[in-house]
Design a protein around this ligand. Structure first.
Ligand code: HEM
Length: 312
């Protein structure tokens, strides 16, 4: 059964560590500025900007009826689909599915923006945010510097290799893949990880080469509907709060549906979405991000959007 007995583990001096390390993202943005202009430190390669609707399920059990899921409602939303690192769609990568639920009301507040950031893999094989920053640093270093770092930090290299293996798994397109939050957020007093289930099983073989054309071709003909699920914390052994490398062993509960209505590319929407910030900390109080990896994102996302002159 879902439990409220979850616990976060705070590292000593972690705020200072998080703030100290964000220079890696600033350097990355500066490196790309000359050639490509302003953009996100990670996930700068946009695949699509879309209008969406989140339909909250009725008859949810009490433990799930929290925050934006408190009552059966329909919310407008914006979606940004992205490649994590590379501009080339065929390259092994982590794909991003970012959702901004607009004008949501929850039992504690009215007109809140709920951001939900999901990626194309269920786990991240790191032991904390220092590894994420280390891997980003490694992957953007010159070959000589990367080799030196790899030699002095074998644990980081093992983590980078393990994650690269996950990223190298075939990606069939945004409509046909599942997406995950990796880390949990609160559901009131409970905690849960999130998942969007693929909207279609019909794989378009050409999608891998052109992810944008695949999604817009599908949306020219019909709506796409993704089932939205939550997986609740039960106990630290099967559903560890802090360990992003573990697939949780608990049932998934359908809490809503994310519908992408039929639509064509919309330049004005693309511009709004590109300028905005999709950040799990922009959230209703009932949906606070949990865990050290999430806390590190506060400093990283702030510096990234400040460097690109975006609006929170
Ligand atoms: C825990 C799992 C994580 C997930 C699911 C995730 C997901 C995402 C997604 C979907 C985006 C693209 C947002 C958009 O389209 O605007 C993004 C951007 C970004 N991520 Fe993460 N991320 C995670 C962890 C981290 C960590 C640990 C860091 C660094 C400590 C990080 C740093 C960034 C940065 C700097 C951006 C660009 C933000 C911006 O300029 O708006 N992420 N992430």
């Amino acid at each position: 059964m879902p439990s409220t007995q979850w616990r976060e583990v705070f590292l000593s001096d972690e705020n200072t560590q998080h703030t100290k390390k964000v220079h890696v993202f600033t350097e990355l943005q500066h490196k790309r500025l000359k050639k490509h202009g302003h953009g996100r430190a990670l996930h700068r390669n946009k695949v699509a900007a879309l209008k969406a609707v989140l339909v909250v399920e009725g008859n949810l059990p009490d433990y799930a009826r929290q925050g934006i899921f408190a009552a059966p409602t329909v919310f407008e939303a914006h979606v940004r689909l992205s490649n994590g690192n590379f501009a080339v769609d065929r390259a092994p990568d982590i794909r991003g599915f970012a959702i901004k639920v607009l004008g949501a009301s929850t039992p504690s507040s009215a007109d809140v923006e709920q951001n939900i950031t999901l990626v194309s893999q269920e786990t991240l094989k790191v032991s904390g945010s220092a590894d994420v920053v280390g891997i980003v640093d490694l992957s953007t270093s010159t070959p000589g510097a990367a080799l030196r770092k790899a030699a002095t930090e074998p644990r980081l290299t093992r983590s980078a290799v393990a994650n690269f293996r996950d990223m190298a798994k075939p990606f069939s397109g945004f409509a046909t893949h599942d997406f995950f939050s990796i880390m949990p957020i609160t559901f009131g007093d409970y905690a849960a990880r999130l998942k969007l289930c693929a909207a279609s099983t019909k794989i378009n073989k050409a999608a891998r080469k052109d992810l944008a054309t695949d999604i817009y071709t599908r949306l020219a003909d019909d709506d796409l509907e993704f089932i939205f699920q939550a997986q609740f914390f039960e106990d630290e052994r099967r559903t560890p709060i802090e360990d992003s490398s573990v697939r949780w062993d608990a049932p998934w509960l359908t809490v809503g549906r994310l519908r992408l209505p039929r639509q064509a590319q919309d330049e004005a929407l693309a511009e709004t979405v590109e300028k905005s910030s999709f950040n799990p900390w922009i959230a209703a109080t009932e949906h606070r991000p949990l865990g050290e990896l999430m806390r590190a994102r506060q400093a990283a996302y702030s510096v990234s959007w400040r460097n690109r002159g975006a609006t929170p």
